[in-house]
Design a protein around this ligand. Structure first.
Ligand code: GLY
Length: 437
């Protein structure tokens, strides 16, 4: 087995050997960047260098960056648990060039690291590139010897990466691993989809800065920004297509099963996966200074926590469990991210308080929701009910939507928003009204 701790080290060592400076992960809260809720990619801490706002001596850099993708342009929250490879919190391994090397070397490094250092079977790899970027297609051909069946020109926006609505962006080329015919998947000019093919590494050739919705300018220096999820490459190197079966999640899932003494496991361990993901995100967000609240970052944290806590409830946990999972996360990740150790008491107390508060209302809220589901017509839950659950019982809207997802029921959002808007106007802040639990 290839432990994830060694994978992270090998990645960073490889780029160090190739004259990259190793830079620590930045906080999940972007510094001086009001355009972003959370750090959602490795390039975020380098945004000002990319755009030329900041002078820097850095030319080649590699990082293992903590990221959150729950809110904003890159939002995986709804997928978490339902797929084996999406996360709210994950670590992104990346190498960067700021006006130094460009396409040829970036592609060479990625290929050499994957196929020589990590010894991934070449035959299982496929490449996509942006259809307007034939240079990249040709470099791949030269380096891999692959034909058009393995180097796919893609027309869709999937092969043009941007950080957010505004900010640095450029065409990208993605490396996929083929898990074989037993999984469904398709390859076409529209892109690669399905469980069969997993995107493991994205190389972005940063050439532009989106300064307004419809205005894009050239960056002063052509740069490289790459991202490979540690969880996905660990799954691949640990011979599984399921990130949750890797050493990153295994102990957490075992502890969830033990604490919940769960007989009533739901299909395919959905709840365990969701809890395992959300406890990591919660610990890291708290250690970076986010506390649950009803606005902004704190609200996203609350949504993540309560979604996870509801799944603990589904597994039959009558007592709070999140705070009992936290020491394991802190122990496993605290050497790489010492801020977790420093915030241990805060993390545990915050988790305990939040779960205790939510437990006071969850049963009553679920009963109201279940009664309403029985009465629901046209597969639509009334916005009034969704709002009542939100306003009085502490059910974030997406928690209600998550519960309704399997039943194919949607929420009348228009009414919900209307009521929510009115409430916000009536009281200065939502804090005064909601979650009086
Ligand atoms: N910035 C590259 C990626 O997130 O895929």
């Amino acid at each position: 087995m290839y432990p994830s701790i060694l994978i992270r080290k090998k990645f960073l060592d490889y780029f160090k050997k190739n004259n990259h400076q190793i830079v620590n992960s930045s906080s999940l809260i972007p510094e001086n960047d009001p355009t972003l809720l959370f750090t959602n990619a490795g390039m975020v801490q380098f945004k000002n260098i990319l755009t030329g706002v900041e002078e820097s001596n850095l030319k080649r850099v590699a990082t293992s960056q903590k990221c959150i993708r729950a809110g904003g342009k890159h939002n995986d929250l709804d997928n978490v648990g339902y797929t084996l490879r999406h996360h709210t919190f994950f670590e992104m391994l990346g190498n960067f060039s700021f006006g130094d090397y460009f396409k040829e070397e970036a592609i060479f490094y990625a290929w050499e690291l994957l196929t020589k250092e990590f010894e991934v079977d070449k035959k299982k790899l496929l490449i996509t590139f942006f259809s307007e970027d034939s240079v990249t297609g040709n470099i791949w051909k030269k380096i891999t010897g692959f034909g058009k069946d393995k180097i796919i020109s893609v027309k869709s926006k999937d092969n043009f990466w941007s950080m957010g609505e505004i900010g640095p962006c450029g065409p990208c080329t993605e490396i996929f691993y083929d898990y074989g015919e037993k999984f469904n998947g398709s390859v076409s000019r529209k892109g690669i989809t399905g469980d069969r093919y997993v995107e493991i590494w994205n190389l972005v050739f940063m050439e532009f800065n989106q300064i307004e919705k419809n205005k894009r300018i050239n960056l002063l220096k052509k740069s490289v920004d790459t991202g490979m999820g540690l969880e996905r490459i660990s799954a691949l190197l640990q011979n599984t297509n399921d990130n949750y079966q890797t050493d990153i999640f295994k102990e957490t899932i075992n502890l969830i099963t033990k604490l919940s003494k769960s007989e009533n496991k739901n299909s395919e361990n959905l709840s365990e996966r969701i809890i395992a993901d959300h406890i990591r995100a919660s610990c890291h967000l708290i250690s970076d200074g986010v506390l649950p609240s009803n606005e902004g970052r704190g609200y996203v944290l609350r949504r993540i926590m309560r979604r996870g806590m509801r799944h603990a409830h589904i597994l039959g946990c009558s007592e709070p469990v999140f705070y009992k999972l936290a020491p394991l996360i802190i122990n496993e990740m605290g050497d790489i991210f010492p801020e977790l150790k420093r915030a241990e008491t805060l993390i545990i107390e915050t988790l305990k308080n939040e779960e205790n508060r939510f437990k006071q209302t969850i049963d009553r809220g679920l009963k109201i929701l279940n009664d309403e589901i029985k009465k629901t017509k046209n597969k639509k839950l009334s916005g009034n009910t969704a709002f009542l659950l939100y306003d009085t019982y502490g059910f974030p809207l997406d928690l209600t939507q998550d519960i309704l997802k399997d039943l194919n029921i949607s929420v009348d959002l228009k009414t919900f928003e209307k009521k929510n808007g009115r409430t916000k106007k009536e009281s200065k802040t939502c804090m005064e009204r909601i979650w009086r639990c």
